[in-house]
Design a protein around this ligand. Structure first.
Ligand code: TQI
Ligand code: ZN
Ligand code: ZN
Length: 170
């Protein structure tokens, strides 16, 4: 079953059109930006929320960046595997990803290569956006918000549990 953060934080009802921006220094390619756009779309399809990319990083509601190791927020990344990403509850909007992971960007993670540590970027993005919107973890194993994902796994479809949870908030 879905859960929320303590105090049930959410984006306010007057602020359902959210903007997101990528950390300017990251210089992500079009393919990577598309992965995030698709991940946001999963949630906008089932809520009144909209998500639009902006180039104004400082003014964006949601700020996405890849970092390695200690990056100044008290939650350092740990290299390959372990913590993959973290996102804060509303209305903070920070979404950080561990730049050290073997991210699979839009490819087929189930057949990805040599490295058994391949992690599907879109799957992690859909999960972290759930946190950005106010969802905690779910006890339903098939759900996007379940607190475990395996490498070489693609899990991007919201389940009825995820949809029920987000529709309580929005
Ligand atoms: N990062 C954890 C997560 O996003 C961070 C975290 C731990 C957390 N406890 C929390 C966030 C409690 C909110 C509330 O869950 S992670 C997965 C999953 C991670 C984990 O790097 O471990 C995904 C990132 F759920 F699959 F295991 C993305 Cl999809
Ligand atoms: Zn961080
Ligand atoms: Zn999580």
């Amino acid at each position: 079953h879905y859960s929320f953060f303590p105090g049930t934080p959410r984006w306010p009802s007057g602020q359902l059109d959210l903007t997101y921006a990528f950390l300017p220094g990251n210089n992500l390619d079009a393919k990577t930006r598309q992965v995030f756009a698709r991940a946001f779309q999963r949630w906008s399809e089932v809520t009144p929320l909209t998500f639009n990319e902006t180039s104004n990083y400082r003014r964006a509601n949601i700020r996405i960046g890849f970092y390695t190791g200690d990056h100044g927020d008290g939650e350092p990344f740990d290299g390959v595997m372990g913590t993959l990403a973290h996102a804060f509850s509303p209305p903070n909007g920070l979404f950080h990803l561990d730049g050290a992971e073997n991210w699979v960007v839009g490819g087929d993670v189930t057949t990805a290569s040599s490295d058994s540590d391949a992690i599907d970027l879109e799957s992690v993005a859909v999960h972290e956006i759930g946190h950005l919107l106010g969802l905690g973890h779910s006890s339903v194993e098939e759900s996007i918000m379940y607190p475990t994902i395996s490498s070489r796994t693609r899990k991007v479809q919201l389940t009825s549990d995820d949809v029920s949870g987000i529709q309580v908030l929005y």
